[in-house]
Design a binder for this molecule. Structure first.
Ligand code: SF4
Length: 321
């Protein structure tokens, strides 16, 4: 038995926040010339980072690596208040590519902190988005990664307690942890709308629909990409073997032995060009049909920050997609 059909999850790949962040770097290079410094990987995807490096982006982790007078872009994951202040104090010209949906969480944290709230943040330790959100405050924000952490956490007070989450979590895991928070702190304030973003939700819903219909799921995404990892885990939880690949070159022919229908999706930071390459490789294993699953059409687009207008349309650089 060989692969005969590929099912493509819909939606998959780039979200509006990733698309905007990449365009900010591309436009900054076109407008101000290379090098443009970017704090952290602009989005967690190897292909995107390498392509932008070739165009003149320099990725750094510490602002001390950036020369005076340089132009600096903050990644889509957002930064702490301390990083924002350091960039200001060092006099860099800054373009903020933080996803507006992450900024929304920062604004909420600042607003409620002013009103005396303490926070429980559901997220993954060490992820730059979590560092950025927790770094909106100097104290009073406690990270929980799982239900056990919820039992251990010790806020200084419980009358004014709010919960916030990383935007790219497993929807189901986050709901379970949030339920544990509610059980322990019944008065906890929860966001009106989930912090988990529309793109994470939609890509997970698409995998839920696709997984039972296929023998194997391939997720295109880099190992550092939170939402890509969640897609692979979700497919496996639903009982379908799943692998995540950074590029077509990582596909292994033995994964496809005895599989007739393969499901394919991509994390929010993975470009469609990589999906197309994976399709070609799977076709070489015998797949003759490619079918796109029904799914939500995403029309969200976020505006660019001011100061990146190019003199004419012809100057607009080719966009990674
Ligand atoms: S995954 Fe969600 S939060 Fe992250 S950049 Fe995309 S839209 Fe924004």
């Amino acid at each position: 038995m060989a692969v005969n059909e590929i099912l493509l999850a819909e939606p998959r790949g780039f979200c509006a926040g990733v698309d905007r962040a990449i365009e900010i770097v591309e436009r900054a290079i076109a407008k101000f010339g290379a090098p443009i410094y970017v704090r952290h990987e602009i989005v967690h995807n190897t292909y995107v980072v390498e392509t932008l490096k070739a165009k003149g982006a320099v990725f750094i982790e510490e602002l001390s690596e950036v020369p005076p007078g340089a132009t600096l872009v903050f990644s889509a994951h957002g930064v702490s208040k301390a990083v924002e202040k350091e960039a200001h104090d060092r006099g860099f010209s800054v373009f903020d590519a933080t996803c507006p949906l992450v900024t929304k969480v920062h604004v909420e944290v600042a607003k409620l902190a002013k009103a005396g709230y303490e926070f429980i943040m559901i997220g993954h330790k060490g992820h730059p988005e979590v560092e950025g959100t927790m770094g909106q405050l100097s104290s009073g924000i406690h990270l929980v990664e799982d239900v056990e952490d919820v039992h251990r956490v010790q806020p200084a007070q419980t009358e004014k307690l709010a919960v916030v989450t990383q935007t790219t979590l497993s929807v189901d895991d986050a709901a379970e942890i949030a339920a544990a928070v509610r059980a322990r702190f019944p008065a906890v304030r929860e966001p009106k709308q989930q912090d988990i973003c529309y793109a994470t939700q939609n890509r997970q819903d698409a995998v839920k629909l696709m997984s039972p219909q296929v023998d194997l799921v391939i997720v295109v995404g880099s190992p550092t990409s939170s939402n890509s990892n969640r897609l692979r885990e979700l497919a496996e939880r639903l009982g379908t073997p799943a692998y995540m690949v950074d590029s077509a070159a990582e596909l292994r022919s033995e994964w496809f032995t005895g599989k007739t229908r393969v499901g394919l999706t991509a994390g929010a930071s993975a470009p469609e060009v990589l999906v197309r390459e994976v399709i070609e490789r799977i076709k070489a294993l015998g797949a003759v049909a490619v079918r796109t699953m029904p799914g939500i059409e995403e029309t969200i687009k976020f505006p660019l920050p001011k100061g990146l207008k190019l003199p004419d349309a012809a100057a607009t650089p080719p966009h990674i997609s």
